[in-house]
Design a binder for this molecule. Structure first.
Ligand code: PRX
Length: 650
């Protein structure tokens, strides 16, 4: 990645926004961007107060911000019900009969819900959840496929002030169990299954296994696939049994601006995922503002963010951001290559999608599948393209621009994180000239910079830590249940500022080039994983004595997982064991964490103080071609020799 970024830096190719786009845009020139940035910088309270004022508040705040590092309270004293901003206020206007959600299932079925209908469904679900005992402050776990009920469930929880914790359907029963336990969820909403690549993902089965010995009292099951599921009377209820008969009337209660809205688990540098906690008023302000500005949203847009609701991108840009703006959201259940590699292009042409937001890994897969697939479809409805989740290599950026955007749609490469809640660094499509591979400049209101460990700003093109110097409304408030870890992780690395693990550089135009993580977090196909998490899964296997996991650059996925494993005495390091271990990791975490390659070693190279030499292992892993499933036994002599040359790592 870094070499291609360097080549572009030298080339410094830049694409100005198309004139027709700028003419109608909310921010149409760099001068306007600079003015907005300056205003936000000089008067953050005034700036964010104005943005928040565009949402529906029951009670206005008395102060915009209380900031005592690392604790921020935004819109202090304000009260709102988030679902009112996303639903009720649109239903009282012409948008009542506007499509809020256009949904397509993988088998080809579809549903359209207007704002009026979505509002009714959310009210019904809120009443049903109340009848099941859900109260303000109770955590609800959501483990659903990409079906409308996922959006309805999230909004119903928000309406009740019951924070949700959505768990991606690709996570295993074990991972689900950990998250349910950590959040202390009382209730789980799931489905009999979801469609993925023509097969059913057995979500309810996973929930049953996850709940063994747990205190969860109710499981609400959406019928999606007519899949046979085991049933526990008294605990399990069908969604349609409880929601369909519930009243469509539900009086929303206003909650404090800082009332928890959701926790979402993400990988940090330890083996234990962190529950990132977001609250109501500030989060919604960030999601609303960025959707409006970064996607230059218009009322006639059909906005498609391909992320699953199990990730923060799905929270902010499938659900809360677009709905707070009264937009029409497209949602698709399944895989991009089902039944063929042109499924996405078929959907864009069929529904007239105007804004398309996806991940570099997907773009690289499309490139590999061939230009003929998008070429078969009329993509002329598109006006803006977005990218998120990992650095986009300039080759993929150029392909996206040409083959999907017909050299006419601006591309917004958006940098942000689960912790930031909303987009932080991104072009404004009507204003910012783009450079392939750069997320360009921070949004107005976001004080991003690249600094050295002691906080000194880096010189142009000097690599350093990507930090945020001032609080912003959608910032995480804590790590659920571990405020100390929150303080240490995010505010303990570089004194006085937020740092969440990325290295970057700023070029002479002030453009940010994100270089990737500088910690032990790896990004596999846009999914964030901690090497320690995978290592913990490996060493929990009875045949493993020791394991070290590193990322290796991968053309398609950005990074691939390579595991170095020392088997316990008496066990043979062979293909069968490698296969067993890969399956074990998959069962412990989910298929997304399955190592690409397992390499056996008699002993792992260590420093004198006993630390595994990860840098060495990274080099060993990157130095060889992908070997897929095959087993490799490291030459111990070579490892030892290498270890000597790396001994300064101690
Ligand atoms: O390393 C950065 C990378 O993804 C990390 C955040 O992952 P997560 O919390 O799962 O959220 C993903 C979706 C917002 C970041 O620390 N990342 C995200 N977007 C970009 C990126 N790296 C480079 N360019 C991006 N546009």
């Amino acid at each position: 990645m870094s070499s291609s970024i360097t080549s572009v830096l030298t080339e410094n190719r830049s694409f100005p926004p198309p004139k027709e786009f700028s003419a109608g845009a909310k921010v149409g020139s760099m001068a306007d961007y600079e003015a907005l940035y300056r205003r936000a910088d000089q008067d953050p309270d005034g700036f964010w107060g104005d943005v928040a004022g565009e949402l529906a508040w029951e009670k206005k705040w008395s102060r915009v911000l209380d900031w005592k590092l690392p604790d921020a309270r935004w819109f202090v004293g304000g009260a709102l019900n988030l679902s009112v901003s996303c639903l009720d206020r649109h239903v009282s206007t012409w948008r009542k009969n506007k499509a809020a959600l256009i949904w397509e299932g993988e088998p080809g079925d579809s549903r359209v819900l207007t704002y009026g209908q979505l509002h009714r469904e959310v009210c019904k679900a809120a009443n049903a959840l109340t009848a099941l005992g859900v109260k303000q402050g109770d955590f609800v776990a959501i483990y659903l496929p990409m079906v409308p009920e996922a959006v309805i469930a999230m909004l119903a929880c928000a309406r009740l002030g019951a924070p949700h914790t959505v768990v991606f359907g690709g996570f295993s029963a074990e991972a689900l169990a950990d998250r349910i336990k950590d959040a202390g969820a009382k209730i789980v909403i799931t489905a009999d299954g979801g469609w993925r690549r023509g097969a059913i993902v057995p979500l309810k089965d996973n929930v049953d296994r996850a709940l063994e010995g747990s205190s969860v009292q109710k499981v609400v099951v959406v019928k999606r696939c007519a899949n046979q599921v085991a049933w526990r009377d008294g605990r399990d209820v069908w969604w349609h049994d409880v929601v369909d008969k519930a009243s469509v009337k539900h009086e929303p209660k206003a909650f404090d601006s800082e009332h928890p809205l959701f926790s979402l688990y993400t990988s940090g540098t330890t083996g234990k995922p962190k529950g990132i906690l977001h609250t109501t008023g500030g989060y919604l302000t960030g999601a609303y503002y960025t959707t409006k500005m970064v996607f230059d949203l218009r009322d006639d847009d059909i906005f498609w963010c391909t992320a699953d609701i199990g990730w923060v991108t799905g929270h902010s840009y499938v659900v809360y951001g677009p709905l707070a703006n009264g937009a029409t959201v497209l949602m698709y259940e399944g895989a991009p290559n089902q039944p063929g590699p042109d499924r996405f292009w078929d959907i864009i042409a069929k529904w007239g999608v105007t804004v398309f937001y996806t991940a570099p890994t997907a773009i690289r897969a499309f490139m590999r599948w061939g230009d003929e697939w998008p070429a078969k479809h009329d993509l002329s409805s598109l006006r803006l393209l977005g990218s998120v989740g990992e650095p986009i290599n300039p080759e993929a950026w150029m392909w996206y621009r040409k083959q999907i955007g017909a050299d006419r749609c601006p591309i917004v490469d958006t940098w942000w994180q689960t912790e930031t809640g909303a987009i932080m660094i991104s072009p404004l499509p009507g204003a910012t000239p783009t450079k392939p591979g750069s997320a360009t400049r921070p949004l107005p209101g976001i004080a991003a910079d690249v600094v050295l460990k002691d906080g000194t700003p880096c010189k142009a093109n000097e690599g350093g830590f990507l930090v945020i110097k001032k609080p912003w409304p959608s910032m995480l408030r804590t790590i659920f249940g571990d405020h100390d870890r929150f303080q240490k992780t995010y505010f303990g690395e570089v004194a006085g500022v937020y740092f969440a693990g990325d290295g970057a550089r700023k070029d002479e135009d002030g453009y940010f080039w994100v270089m990737g993580r500088v910690d032990d977090v790896i990004n596999v196909a846009g999914h964030r994983l901690s090497t320690m998490e995978v290592e913990s899964a490996l060493v929990s296997h009875p045949k493993v004595a020791e394991a070290a996991v590193v990322g290796r650059p991968d053309e398609l996925k950005g990074q691939a997982i390579v595991a170095f494993v020392t088997p316990r005495q008496g066990f043979v390091a062979d293909d069968a064991l490698a296969k067993e271990l890969r399956e074990h990791v998959s069962a412990q975490i989910g298929a997304l964490a399955r190592p690409e390659e397992i390499r056996f070693a008699e002993a792992l190279p260590k420093t004198r103080s006993g630390k595994i030499m990860r840098r060495l292992l990274r080099e060993v892993a990157s130095g060889s071609k992908a070997r897929g499933d095959t087993t490799t036994l490291e030459d111990q002599g070579v490892l030892e020799k290498l270890a000597q040359s790396f001994s300064n790592e101690d």
